[in-house]
Design a protein around this ligand. Sequence first.
Ligand code: KG4
Ligand code: ZN
Length: 342
Amino acid sequence: MEVTILGIESSCDDTSAAVLRGGVMLSNVIASQAVHVKYGGVIPELASRAHQQNIVPVIDTALKEAGITADEIDAIAFTRGPGLLGSLLVGVSFAKGLSLAKNIPLVEVNHLQGHILSHFIDLPDQQLPHPSFPFLCLLVSGGHTQLVKVSSPLEFEIVGTTIDDAAGEAFDKCAKVMGLPYPGGPVIDRLAHEGNPDRFRFAKPSVDDFDYSFSGLKTSFLYFLRDQMQENDQFIEQNKADLCASLQKTIIDILLKKLIKASKSLGIKEIAIAGGVSANSGLREAIEAEGKRRGWNTYLPPLKFTTDNAAMIAVAGHYHYLNGEQSDLDVAPVARLEELLK
Ligand code: KG4
Ligand code: ZN
């Protein structure tokens, strides 16, 4: 029998619910929260409140779109962490309530594992290529930047990680200093198309092994803009596209350098990317071009699965459930990855 999984995601500022049957996505509903835009970043207190308002209609819609009732769910997969505690609490509490009311097993999911396993979501009308194991995943989101060796749907090894900011944070913070709206990543991506990526050069970090660092880039960008604006207060306005293109190229170069190094050192040519920043058109093109040069099989997730969504949580839940893993009703959300991995 094919298992039916309800996935619930509420780790940051998107409330999402999805239904998967036998690994095939029947629905994936996402309510994004507009309330943060005017603050230029996610306000945790407002995020929790918006999740609270959205969660019931989002889950209701996901079940209706899938054409199922709650009684047909075999397991409820929910994001346990990492993320904002108040946001996570809403999804975890809802999952527990539904589990208790309908006697449905609970399966906790690591949000980052969800991003990686987004490559295994099947669509009713389209079979997306799955990476073969082991593969190397460049996981680039708003909160994390990691190189992960994936040996099976449930076996992961983080081989590299950022020692400070995430790639998405570098996009978002640099966008903010240029006065661009939040989240800055997609805006920089769009503006970069019209700019010259070789016009400006910014600091590239030197960190050990397969680790990353983005805080120096952010600082050098900030100081560069400050100096230029002292000479010409229209500098940002006049050079926006070139600034975006050059910044984006720098971030992509940093990401690729360690990916190439890890691929060589581990001898893995199955290369996937995942997470919000994997929506970046420049990064997608660069990975494909590099892949062609180096004989990689590259896997780029469909755009709708790059940013936060519950289908990826449901597919991770699917594998955990088939492996006999379930969570107790006293499970609590966890904000930090380190605590989650303990
Ligand atoms: O994975 P995600 O939705 O949330 C986290 O788990 O953090 O990632 C959000 C991040 C934000 O930093 C956003 O600016 C970035 O993904 N992002 C992009 C693009 N689309 C989203 N960054 C660069 N280019 C994009 N097209
Ligand atoms: Zn995410």
